[in-house]
Write a protein that binds this ligand. Structure first.
Ligand SMILES: Cc1cc2nc3c(=O)[nH]c(=O)nc-3n(C[C@H](O)[C@H](O)[C@H](O)COP(=O)(O)OP(=O)(O)OC[C@H]3O[C@@H](n4cnc5c(N)ncnc54)[C@H](O)[C@@H]3O)c2cc1C
Length: 766
């Protein structure tokens, strides 16, 4: 990317956290999967909370034990009743239940028992259970801190006589009428039933070196500030290792990054650039691309810096020290108060896929083909609506809806008489209903109403209720009743002043005889309703409205309430995305590469501005050879490309493949304009770091691709301008760590939104 554009892209879209979302499996409410006999428990089945994990583990094992068909079929030697993969809280809860029920079982853990709680930040306060109900089973948690929690869990496991076998499971396979749990080392375990309780973090790779189990060795970084002023050693050459090194250095630790290779190839460019700002010691060349050497500061080693050690391995960890071995065999002991082994992990999604469990939000090959085919009908529908080539062909045949007036006339009687008189309501409807736009508006209104009601049932909190009612009301009144029924009916009955009609709805040769469709522009601000602005001669009334909307109202609303004030409370696209697309949120792709595509909207915004300039030039100097003619040549293709191809085929067509916000996130020029405005907005999603358990739920439900967790885990307010304040992340956060609010102008106290969105906070009275 050229310099200024790269800086602009970074300022607007590329500087934000861009984590990926862990795919979720398709699982039934009882934990059953598409693989007969294979059940899921813990974080893959329930809310990512200790209490829920305990509950689901114990219940799943109890259900299996109570199944009368459990021991039906062959009884091969060594065949177990149950193998539990994952020795976390849900795995142990299942094991305790299996033992109590007298099942022949085995519990397999890749790392250490209860490794997730054991890796919480030191002295972390444990959040109280989200519900008052006691989890099923005998394993329970009551502790208030990490240390006490791990101690009480281990003590209960010991008392119950449940021991985990330390081994990594690779996959689960079917073998005749039973299942095989394939281990990384050793013979597979045959079992009648398998519970997979591997959590969401997956299983982190280990170095298998002496001292790796010491208390100051971690496989994830939760709290960089906890290591401020200390010496930290990070092992790894990937993005996670580089990011951890930067975060630790930024928090004030003196960091050594150890990598067995000779060059850092995997971190992204921006991460390498940040790393370069922290580099200590002699200049090295860690980059896979050229970086101006003069830009690399060479600081003296100390707090806040990162020293790079290439071609080096960590071979032992001791209390307060780490032993390194260089490629030439030289051994060196360096001080290390904390050691982070970040050499990758086996993602839970990969394990599940290998075991034949399909993932949600990831369609299979045939589904992909089927979904791709949806793009074509969406394009056809939009072309039909906007009178493109297909629409013109259809119209020439006088099929539905153009034939509606003649159908009504042939009905005879009072109905035919009313339909023939546009001053009656039936007559007005008959004229409107002869155009595809009427039916599309009616369908959108009904869809928003029905799917909106379902959304409210799923998320019955004041914010979602108010938002859904507003969206449905705006859709029904301004985007259906007013342009299609009320205004034409008033016009036909002479109830609207002539001056107002001439100013807003010029005469036309078809339909109602006036262009009442322009009333869609009361809600659709420029550049969305460009047809009201880019007219052959200026329509001053609409120009005034469009400019007031885009230059005054939208900026004011964005400044105070963020991008979502328009996109999630007014816009008809937003209405469909938030209601029809409510259950498809998880399909929006995340990550840095996709964030680069966010810039497509900026390109479209530039094109819309260029077209506006051309239109104005055409008004000033009309004529067949000037800007007027050029504009006329461009206007048709522009409308077809934006309305049919981008907004229609991609925007609607991909709703079931990539969520309802494809158009809004990547392409909408009004959205792109608001992203720029939002950089000056005081609206934020505020995050309480102590409550964030890094479960990724917030990021997963963001259908604008915002990595909410990337902000929340550091307690940072979410300032990615893509956020349309739909409320899904705040609502779904299992610990109530998120809230909508506004920053004070000069760093004063933040103001939280008055409308509650988080059920957890509502229960807690906050
Ligand atoms: C930082 C943090 C703080 C949290 N704080 C709280 C809190 O305060 N209150 C609360 O209620 N919840 C909290 N949670 C959430 C809670 O820890 C989880 O909901 C819970 O641990 C989930 O239990 P689980 O058994 O499903 O998975 P996990 O506890 O993650 O256990 C999964 C186990 O499976 C093992 N495993 C993975 N892959 C394999 C494999 N292939 N073979 C064998 N074993 C494998 C892993 O090593 C791991 O031990 C927090 C989570 C985090 C990350």
């Amino acid at each position: 990317m050229p310099g200024p554009w790269a800086r602009y892209a970074n300022w607007l879209h590329l500087r934000w956290p861009a984590g990926h979302v862990e795919p979720r499996p398709r699982v039934r409410a009882d934990g059953g999967t598409a693989v007969p006999g294979l059940y899921l428990a813990g974080d893959h089945l329930s809310r990512p909370l200790l209490g829920d994990a305990l509950d689901s583990g114990a219940r799943t094992a109890a259900r299996i034990a109570a199944d009368p068909t459990l021991r039906a079929g062959s009884a091969a030697p060594g065949l177990l009743d149950l193998v539990i993969v994952g020795g976390g809280v849900s795995g142990f809860a299942a094991a305790l239940e299996a033992r109590r029920a007298g099942l022949a079982y085995e519990l397999v853990e890749a790392d250490e028992p209860f490794s997730t709680p054991a890796n919480y930040p030191a002295h972390r306060a444990i959040l109280p259970p989200a519900s008052a109900d006691r989890p099923a089973g005998s394993l329970q948690v009551t502790a208030a801190t990490r240390e006490a929690l791990v101690a009480e869990l281990r003590a209960q496991a010991v008392r119950a006589g449940v021991v985990a076998r330390i081994a990594r499971a690779e996959r689960v396979e079917r073998a005749g009428d039973h299942l095989l749990v394939v281990l990384a080392a050793g013979p597979p375990l045959p079992a009648r039933r398998v519970i997979v309780a591997i959590g969401r973090s997956g299983c982190f790779r280990r170095l298998d070196i002496p001292g790796e189990d010491l208390d100051h060795v971690f496989d994830r970084l939760h709290d960089p500030e906890a290591h401020a002023g200390g010496r930290a050693l990070v092992v790894g050459g990937g993005e996670r290792a580089a990011e951890a090194a930067i975060a630790l250095a930024e928090a004030g630790a003196e960091v050594t990054l150890v990598h067995r290779g000779g060059v850092l190839t995997r971190p992204r460019f921006r991460t390498l650039a940040l790393l370069s700002e922290r580099l200590a010691g002699a200049p090295t060349r860690p980059w896979r691309r050229r970086v101006n050497r003069a830009d690399i500061p060479r600081r003296a080693p100390g707090p806040g810096t990162v020293a790079l050690r290439f071609a080096t391995r960590l071979i032992e960890v001791r209390p307060g020290a780490a032993v390194l071995q260089q490629a030439d065999g030289t051994i060196e002991t360096v001080p290390a108060d904390a050691v982070f082994v970040m050499i990758g992990r086996q993602r839970p999604g990969d394990f599940l896929l290998r075991s034949g469990v399909p993932l949600r939000d990831r369609p299979g090959r045939w589904q992909r083909v089927g979904l791709a085919l949806l793009v074509l009908p969406a394009a056809a529908l939009c072309d039909w609506r906007s009178g493109g080539p297909l629409g013109a062909w259809w119209r020439a045949r006088d099929w539905f809806p153009y034939a509606v007036p003649s159908w009504l006339a042939s009905a005879g009687g009072a109905l035919a008489r009313s339909a023939a008189d546009p001053r009656t309501l039936v007559g007005t409807l008959a004229v409107s209903a002869a155009a595809p736009a009427f039916w599309c508006a009616l369908a959108a209104t009904l869809l928003v109403a029905v799917c909106g009601a379902l959304r409210v049932r799923r998320r019955p909190v004041p914010y979602v209720i108010a938002q859904t009612l507003t969206l449905a009301g705006v859709q029904a009144l301004f985007l259906f009743l007013l342009p299609e029924v009320i205004l034409p009916w008033l016009g036909h009955n002479g109830r609207l002043p002539r001056g107002l009609l001439d100013a807003f709805f010029p005469m036309s040769t078809h339909g109602h005889g006036r262009e009442y469709w322009r009333a869609y522009g009361l809600v659709l601000a420029w550049p969305l309703q460009a047809a009201n602005v880019l007219t052959p001669a200026p329509l001053w009334a609409w120009l005034a409205i469009a400019m007031t909307q885009t230059a005054v109202l939208v900026p004011l609303a964005v400044h105070r309430f963020g991008t979502g004030a328009y996109c999630s409370w007014v816009c008809p696209r937003g209405a469909l995305a938030e209601t029809v697309g409510d259950t498809r949120r998880g399909m929006m792709p995340h990550g840095w590469r996709w964030n680069r595509l966010d810039l497509a909207g900026q390109v479209l915004l530039g094109a819309a501005l260029a077209l506006l300039a051309l239109r104005i030039a055409g008004w000033i100097r009309p004529g067949p050879d000037g800007a007027d003619a050029l504009f006329a040549r461009l206007w048709g293709p522009w409308r077809w490309i934006t309305d049919v191809l981008l907004a229609g085929a991609l925007g609607y067509g991909l709703l079931f493949r990539a969520s309802g916000r494809v158009w809004c996130r990547f392409l909408c020029p009004l959205g792109a304009f608001q992203h720029v405005l939002a950089r000056g907005s005081r609206f934020r999603i505020l995050a309480e770091k102590p409550r964030c358990i890094q479960c990724g739920t917030c990021t997963a439900v963001c259908h604008l691709g915002v990595d909410v967790m990337g902000f929340a885990r550091h307690g940072r307010a979410v300032e990615d301008p893509e956020c349309v304040r739909c409320g899904a992340c705040v609502h779904d956060c299992p610990t109530g760590a998120l809230a909508f609010g506004r920053l004070a102008p000069r760093g004063g106290p933040v103001t939280l939104d008055a409308l509650p969105t988080s059920p957890v906070r509502m229960r807690a009275g906050g």
